[in-house]
Design a protein around this ligand. Structure first.
Ligand SMILES: Nc1nc2c(ncn2[C@@H]2O[C@H](COP(=O)(O)OP(=O)(O)OP(=O)(O)O)[C@@H](O)[C@H]2O)c(=O)[nH]1
Ligand SMILES: [Mg+2]
Length: 607
């Protein structure tokens, strides 16, 4: 096969605009699933967490044949926290399908991913998706995308890109909105005619940039990338040029190509194709595989730096070790360092304290997903509240700022504006459409932490938001943080309905009767901004009369149940989330009340 036969594309978009659904339909129509194969909707979202949350977390490859061509497709996540997954695969493809929702139009992450694609010189095809939706307005969205292309300095060729109108859900794509709506053929035709075949050199020695990594129990580490020149097959001796300049030799164990959603062993990996290569154990994304020790590495475009960081610590609470298999500092450290080899947008640092590690990421969701995966693997750990990564420049303290977009029903605008003001947001644009308002603001990243929860509460879930890193700029002073305090347990033991009945008059509870608590654990929220010690394990005094039975006649409000993400953004600086395979608890960093008080006084003295 000559390189003319390949087309390598990535599907990029804002979260939920329909990328994975589109890939699904392309794979089906491209014959990637056999007739008898039972395939679930959005089959590319194959990780448990992806299916549960309904979002894509990792970029994944698939491949199909159409019109005599092999089309390699990379599905990518649309959530801003996983932007690093999109950036890393840009050098693997020659074009992108930019999917845009026909109602919502371009959103924050549309801008981010399009900017990255244009920057890599990739040719876009715009797919205005969900045209079946009731308020679809393809003309407006068409114009908005053109505006965005202008704004992002697309070159002439990129600006004159084709537009396709589609409903991924209903399985059709059309060039003109009035064309008959039958199948995906118009999109296939546009991909083949508009996206160039890969720039590859079949007659030169083998070379490939590692764009992604995978793991298989049979062959170990697999490097995924597009072969830029030459060929590679099982048994070849090749070199890896590592990031630190070191060159290492290994024998190719296996070469895989993509076939539908799976990989199949390929006889020869050819220039232009996207393949997986097994043979090296220690590899990183951005490194080069090549045929001789003297070759030059393929330049790799660095990806955006993380903006948030938080502590990951060994679980040292009194209930540690009851549920998890992996508890020690060494296990925690190994797991974190393993993660950053696969996940280049995360960073891990050791600290002065042996059982605390600093993990840096793009956002709370990215961190929450990592913690959730670790819980499922059997880890127990403590995580702190995320803090933004500050910078010092010319003696000035700088912090990250983001552009925030919120679309809200008009009747909730006042409350939202007030909340945003407390978070030091500067409104830069406001646009009324129907009974809704579109807000644009510049806000310190610190101010975004926890905003989504507030927004959902203030609007009953009727508003949507997106945000994107803008710049580092001078620190803008204190940002309103949690206005409530907590109820902190002053006893170890099992909670009683009797005790909770009294406590619920003081605030909302996080626990129910029969839960095990410990000294320093947060058991409820105090509406006022102070922490109150409470005893949730208190028993009813038994009188001579036989007790009526504990709990009888007591009406308890249902407790607040935190999701991991919610818990992480809820806690204050002096608190941790304790995450174990089955439990999530909130606690004070320093459990002992006397020590905690002394530390608070010391901190107050320092300021
Ligand atoms: N009405 C309508 N809904 C669609 C269409 N395409 C996708 N959806 C729905 O939109 C939701 C999100 O679809 P996904 O394919 O998961 O979106 P995505 O872009 O892959 O999302 P992320 O990977 O998380 O960024 C799902 O509920 C789909 O069923 C469409 O053409 N019309
Ligand atoms: Mg998806």
């Amino acid at each position: 096969m000559s390189t003319v036969e390949y087309r390598n594309i990535a599907i990029i978009a804002h979260v939920d605009h329909g990328k994975t659904t589109l890939v699904d339909k392309l794979l089906r129509e491209g014959g990637a699933f056999t007739v008898r194969e039972e395939v679930e909707e959005r089959a590319m979202d194959s990780m448990d967490l992806e299916r549960e949350k309904g979002i894509t977390i990792k970029a994944k490859n698939a491949s199909l044949h159409w019109g005599g061509k092999t089309i390699n497709i990379v599905d990518t996540p649309g959530h801003a926290d996983f932007g690093g997954e999109v950036e890393r695969i840009m050098q693997m493809v020659d074009g992108v399908l930019l999917v845009v929702d026909a109602v919502d139009g371009p959103q924050a992450q549309t801008r981010f991913v399009l900017q990255k694609a244009l920057h890599h010189g990739l040719k876009p095809i715009v797919v205005v998706n969900k045209i079946d939706r009731e308020h679809a307005d393809v003309h407006r969205v068409h114009d908005q995308v053109l505006e965005l292309l202008l704004d992002l300095h697309a070159n002439e060729e990129q600006f004159n890109c084709p537009f396709i109108y589609a409903s991924a859900r209903d399985g059709f794509a059309v060039r003109d909105i009035n064309d008959p709506r039958t199948n995906m053929v118009p999109l296939f035709e546009t991909i083949v005619s508009h996206i160039p075949p890969p720039k590859a050199h079949p007659n030169e020695p083998f070379k490939m940039l590692i764009s992604n990594l995978d793991w298989s129990d049979y062959v170990g580490r697999i490097a995924i990338g597009r072969i830029t020149s030459g060929t590679v097959k099982t048994g070849d001796v090749i070199w890896c040029i590592h990031k630190n300049g070191k060159r290492e030799k290994a024998t190719v164990g296996k070469v895989f190509e993509f076939s539908g959603m799976r990989t199949s062993e390929s006889v020869t990996g050819e220039a232009g194709n996207i393949v997986g290569i097994a043979g090296f154990e220690e590899l990183e994304i951005g490194e080069t595989l090549c045929s001789s020790a003297e070759d030059e590495p393929v330049p790799f475009t660095d990806i955006d730096p993380p903006t948030l960081q938080m502590q990951f610590c060994v679980n040292d609470g009194p209930l540690a070790g009851r549920e998890g298999k992996f508890l020690t500092s060494r296990q925690l450290r190994e797991r974190l360092y393993k993660e950053i080899r696969m996940n280049i947008s995360l960073k891990v640092q050791d600290t002065d304290v042996p059982n605390i590690y600093l993990v840096s990421a793009r956002g709370e969701l990215q961190i929450a997903i990592l913690v959730e995966q670790m819980r499922r693997e059997g880890f127990e750990l403590l995580v702190s509240r995320p803090e933004v990564i500050m910078k010092q420049e010319n003696g000035q303290k700088l912090e990250p700022f983001e552009t925030l977009w919120v679309d809200t029903p008009q009747d909730r605008l006042g409350d939202l504006m007030q909340n945003l003001a407390g978070r030091k947001a500067q409104i830069t644009n406001m646009h009324h459409h129907g009974d809704r308002v579109n807000l644009e603001a510049v806000i310190p990243t610190r101010g975004i932490i926890g905003f989504e929860t507030d927004m959902v509460n203030l609007t009953g879930g009727r508003a949507v938001m997106s945000h994107m890193f803008k710049e580092y700029a001078p620190h803008c002073g204190p940002v309103a943080s949690r206005s409530s305090g907590t109820l902190v347990s002053m006893d170890n033991g099992i909670t009683t309905a009797f005790a909770l009945d009294t406590l619920q008059e003081r605030g909302k509870m996080f626990i129910k009767p029969g839960d095990e608590v410990y000294v320093g654990m947060l058991v409820g929220e105090n509406p006022r901004a102070e922490d109150i010690p409470v005893n949730p394990t208190k028993q009813k005094h038994l009188t001579n009369m036989r007790s009526q039975g504990d709990g009888k006649g007591i009406m308890l409000e249902p407790p607040i149940v935190f999701s991991l993400e919610h818990a992480i953004e809820y806690i204050a600086q002096d608190e941790y989330v304790e995450a174990t395979p089955k439990s999530l608890r909130l606690r004070k960093k320093i459990l002992d009340p006397t020590k905690r008080k002394r530390e608070n006084q010391r901190m107050a003295g320092d300021e």
